[in-house]
Design a binder for this molecule. Structure first.
Ligand code: ZN
Ligand code: ZN
Length: 369
């Protein structure tokens, strides 16, 4: 079948929207008609060539939501017409990691996914017979995608695609980290560094857990206003001030019970560790640092009881947790709509990257007919 897709032809160059062929789903695979897809920083990172594991040509996009169009043999958990969210982090339920209940890092398809292939080691995308590789196992900057059944979360069909697509990556990373990874306690004090999609998600998650005080730190007054709307009780705009000192001052010199880092900047990660409370403060790192960068921590901070953890996708197990988050959105508990700053057509995907570089808004979402 022919479809429109945005292809990364060459690093550092704009994506090229064009016709590609997409093959039918094989056993265990599902053909999804993409309805909405967020433009995430990871897409830009790969398109720029900065990601050492990147490859081209490929179809980017990983924040997708859509409708099941067809299923391959053996697929039982989704059927045509079901609404789904694409998962770059699958949940097979059978590997040693999934069975452990201790991690969301499923081992089932990692190797082939990292190379740009479906689990059988081949792509479903091509152009005039030339294979085109997938990206993050999702490739949702396209009208259709073929994905393994284990990488699709079936969700409530009443939810808006342009909002819930953000739960495929950024929003869930922050929300899940607060709810399930850190398990923020009611009445506690939380500090969130960064008010982008992930940080705002952490604010939402902390509010859902009934944190008593939620402090959000960012450079942008506009983003901090969104953080307030999401539930931040205090905001710190970073200029020449020291946000760690301000958080200590707010907490009788002790620091926050929970801190979240959502910038990917190593120096900010250090601040998130220092702002965690002596005795039991738990710092959760969510941002992705540049290749080779290192985080230095004074051991005394750990000896005196602070803990540091991290979580890809906020530790969310996609097929288990993402449908629960969609239900919360439908019930009005997760106000995601304000985070959609721009609606774009697939043809304007490069505009989405420009808006991100200009730091204009939180999320651009590509919508399909
Ligand atoms: Zn992402
Ligand atoms: Zn697994």
């Amino acid at each position: 079948m022919k479809m429109r897709a945005a292809v990364l032809e060459e690093f550092g160059q704009p994506l090229v929207v064009q016709d590609l062929d997409i093959a039918d789903p094989r056993p265990g695979e599902v053909l999804v008609k993409v309805k909405a897809c967020g433009v995430c920083h990871t897409d830009l990172y790969t398109a720029s060539g900065a990601d050492p594991s990147g490859y081209a040509p490929c179809v980017l996009g990983h924040e997708g939501a859509g409708v099941v169009e067809a299923i391959g043999t053996g697929v039982t958990s989704v059927a045509p017409g079901d609404h789904v969210i694409t998962l770059f982090s699958p949940e097979c339920g059978e590997c040693i990691h999934c069975k452990s209940g201790k991690t969301n890092i499923c081992l089932a398809i990692r190797e082939q996914q990292g190379k740009g292939f479906l689990p059988d080691g081949t792509p479903r995308l091509s152009r005039d017979g030339e294979p085109i590789r997938h990206f993050m196992g999702t490739s949702t900057f396209a009208e259709y995608t073929v994905m393994p059944e284990i990488a699709l979360a079936k969700v409530d069909p009443s939810a808006r695609f342009d909002a819930i697509c953000m739960l495929a990556c950024g929003a869930t990373t922050g929300i899940a980290a607060a709810i399930w990874k850190a398990e923020v306690e009611a009445g506690s004090t939380v500090a969130v560094f960064g008010a982008g999609m992930v940080g705002l998600g952490a604010v939402l998650g902390a509010r859902l857990r009934k944190a008593g005080r939620i402090v959000c730190v960012d450079k942008s007054a506009d983003r901090l206003e969104l953080a307030r709307q999401a539930g931040a009780t205090d905001v710190i705009q970073v200029q020449d001030n020291d946000p760690v000192q301000e958080i200590l001052d707010m907490t009788d010199g002790f620091g926050a019970d929970y801190t979240f880092e959502a910038t990917g900047i190593v120096s900010v990660m250090g601040q998130a560790v220092e702002a965690a409370r002596m005795g039991w403060g738990l710092c959760t790192l969510l941002g992705v640092a540049g290749k080779g960068q290192k985080l230095e921590i004074v051991p005394r901070l750990l000896i005196t009881g602070r803990k540091v953890q991290g979580g890809s996708f906020g530790g969310a197990r996609g097929r288990t947790h993402v449908p629960q988050l969609v239900d919360m959105y439908v019930r009005g508990e997760l106000p995601l709509d304000p985070f959609v700053s721009h609606h774009l057509k697939l043809e304007d995907v490069n505009r989405g990257f420009e808006l991100m570089e200009e730091q204009d808004g939180i999320r651009s979402v590509i919508v399909f007919d």
